[in-house]
Structures are given as structure tokens and as C-alpha cells.
Design a protein around this ligand. Sequence first.
Ligand SMILES: Cc1cc2nc3c(=O)[nH]c(=O)nc-3n(C[C@H](O)[C@H](O)[C@H](O)COP(=O)(O)OP(=O)(O)OC[C@H]3O[C@@H](n4cnc5c(N)ncnc54)[C@H](O)[C@@H]3O)c2cc1C
Length: 319
Amino acid sequence: MLRSSLIYLSKASWARQIVTQWSFAWKAASRFVAGEKLEEAIQAIRVLNDKGINATLDHLGEHTHNSEAAERATNDILQMVDGIVNHAIKANISIKLTQIGVAIDESLCTRNLEQILSKAAENNIFVRIDMEDSPWVDTTIKLYCLMQERGYFNTGLVIQAYLFRSEKDVIELAKTGTRIRLCKGAYKEAPEIAFPQKRDVDKNYDHLAEIIIKSAIANGSPTVLDDGLMPPIPAIASHDPKRIEFAKSCAEKSGLPQQAIEFQMLYGIRRDIQESLVKEGYPVRVYVPFGTEWYPYYVRRLAERPANVWFFVSNFFRH
Ligand SMILES: Cc1cc2nc3c(=O)[nH]c(=O)nc-3n(C[C@H](O)[C@H](O)[C@H](O)COP(=O)(O)OP(=O)(O)OC[C@H]3O[C@@H](n4cnc5c(N)ncnc54)[C@H](O)[C@@H]3O)c2cc1C
């Protein structure tokens, strides 16, 4: 109930207008967001890199409403490529298709995506296409496949374990050696298309992790490179210790080298696990979001963990 209400609020523009005016709300959000400017995110990434952790940089923004805004977002992403190169940080990029115009015009989004992948490819940088809510899944996979056909191999997708369809998607994508970030799924989906129970999502997560790990072996077990720009095929994106343990043991039993699997977590969450995985010798990548459009991202983080809401509420009474 609390999760559904928060996911509803994450999309409500009236709520965004109210909350983003409260200075304490930004203070609370900054636990999960590296700053409003690219320079701040680069600084946060330097700190992570010093601990042996790679990053994926995300300029917050989604559901842009007109083509000018989609083009502005595309230009901001192109500047992130320059930022990574000029500062020699170990980071790649995450983007959302609704940020670069898919909801306005698919051909506009295709052009913007190709521009981003082309500049990133010139610099050997990988671009992960985040997965948004279910109305966008088909288009996201379609545009990813189109980019592969056009020769852009510096990109990969996200699969959400809560969707019933994901097994079929993973099996298809695994055939082409797609680099897949596996997550549980952050949106509100209907019980007709997604597992309503957490235990079923967890079970499906392990099942899909196994398929992706085996596909990595079938595709030559590519490893993460020293510069941190290209990820291996499986990216286990979870803070759940049981999912992480399952993936570690499945990779080990299947004979996948440690450097051919990556663990991904969100900025500000479970730093203890991030650091212990690095000590064990696994590649770790942290998702580092920045920008002024932090509201929907932050509210989804509240939805994932009720304790975060109490932190927000206590700040409200203290400010
Ligand atoms: C790198 C990365 C990229 C992602 N990309 C996408 C995407 O493209 N599309 C998408 O739908 N979702 C994405 N997600 C979000 C994901 O779907 C989940 O909503 C989120 O990761 C919480 O699930 P969990 O696997 O950590 O497990 P959970 O069972 O939710 O959490 C396990 C434990 O992790 C900790 N934890 C989890 N979330 C929080 C939080 N918000 N605050 C504090 N502690 C927390 C708690 O200790 C909790 O007990 C991404 C997640 C990661 C890590």
C-alpha cells in the first residue's frame, strides 16, 4: 500500500512541485543523488574509483514533454561522454529512453540514441539503456536491437525480474550475447503481468541470473576492462545479500571467471556490501545519478524501503 502510494506520487507533478520546494527534501534526497551538477557527480565517482569501484553515470530526467527538452537531454548526455574522457574516471553511462524523447516521437528518440551511442563508441564508452515501466519494454528492446543492427555494440539493456515476460526476453537476448543488468524492478505493475509477491520475484531473479551467467560463458566470458568503461555480460544489480550470494555461487560453479561478472548497486545504498565485494575481487559498479530532476528517482528509493520514509518525515518535522 505504502509502496503503491509512493510510486503514484513519484509520477504526480503536483506532488513534485510541492516537495521540490522544500530545501530539506533535497537534503534527504542527496543521500541517493550525487549532486545537481556534473562536476559533483565526477567528484563522487573519483571517491568510488579510489575504493576500486567503477560507476555508471546517470543524468536524472525522464518523460520529457517536447522535442527541445529531449534534445537538451541528449546534449547533456553527450557532455557526460566528454566529462568521463576529460577526467579519466572509470565510468560508463546510463540513460532512459523517455528522457531522450521516446514518448514524443520514436524516430526522434532513435536519432538521439544513435547520436549518443556514436559519440560514446568513439571513446569506447558503454551506454546502458535503463528499463522503465511496462509500456516501454517492447520499444526499449526494439530500439536496442535496431542499434545492434546498425553496428553499435557499446550498449546493453536492463531486465526486470518482476515481469513474467522477462524469462522469454532474457533467453532471446542471451543468444546475441547482450550485456544485461538484472534488477528486481522499481515500478508499479499489474498482477496480470508481474509477480505481486516478493518471494516470487526473488526466485525469478535467481533463475534469470543463472541464464545470464550461462550465456556469458557461451559468449566467451568477456571480462570488465581495466579502464572500467565496458561491463561484462551479467550485471547483478541488487542490494539483496541472498541474490548476490546466489549469483556468486552460480558463477563459480559454472566456471565463470570473477572478472566476467559485475555487481551493481545504487549510490548511497549498502556501501558495506560494495566494499566487501571489491575486497573479494569482484568488479563492482555504482549507479551515480545527478541533476535537478531528482524527484521521481528519489521517491522510487523511498518506495523500496519504508525506513527511508521515516527519515524523510523526521526531517520534515525538524526543518
Ligand atoms: C545499479 C542499479 C540499476 C537499476 N536500474 C533499474 C532499471 O533500469 N529499471 C528498474 O525498474 N529498476 C532499476 N533498479 C532498481 C531495482 O529494480 C530495485 O528497485 C532496487 O534495486 C531494490 O531492489 P533490491 O534488489 O536491492 O532488493 P530489495 O529486496 O528491495 O532490497 C534488499 C536490501 O537492499 C537494501 N535496499 C534496497 N533498496 C533500498 C533503498 N532504496 N534504500 C535503502 N536500502 C535499500 C535494503 O537493505 C534491503 O533490505 C536498479 C537497481 C540498481 C542497483
